[in-house]
Design a protein. Structure first.
Length: 107
């Protein structure tokens, strides 16, 4: 009977799966001067987008056709959404509908 060294198996087992990729950093949209900046963003399927309110006093929210309005963002706060399907996602600011933006998701 052939014996295999214990430490050899221990070394193999400790390798674990191949290195997993770190989650991608979110794509950023700044809210300032009563605008979404950039107003149009092109991202790949599965991308995470973060909106951050850089206003001094005004709250904002994001309202997409396919989901309920986000919570109001006070100055300095952020909100994120992951886009799982390709397509165009227009949105407006809930309290300021003249503020418009577009996320274009490409597969």
């Amino acid at each position: 009977m052939q014996r295999r060294p214990f430490f050899g198996w221990l070394a193999v087992c400790s390798l674990g799966p191949a290195h997993a990729q770190a989650p991608a950093e979110p794509h950023e949209v700044a809210i300032r001067d009563m605008q979404f900046q950039p107003a149009e963003l092109v991202v790949p399927v599965g991308a995470r987008v973060r909106w951050t309110n850089h206003e001094k006093r005004t709250s904002h929210s994001m309202l997409f056709r396919d989901m309920p309005e986000s919570e109001r963002l006070l100055p300095g706060e952020s909100w994120e959404r992951v886009f799982e399907k390709a397509g165009d996602y227009p949105y407006v600011c809930g309290p300021h509908p003249e503020m418009t933006g577009m996320v274009r998701v490409r597969g």
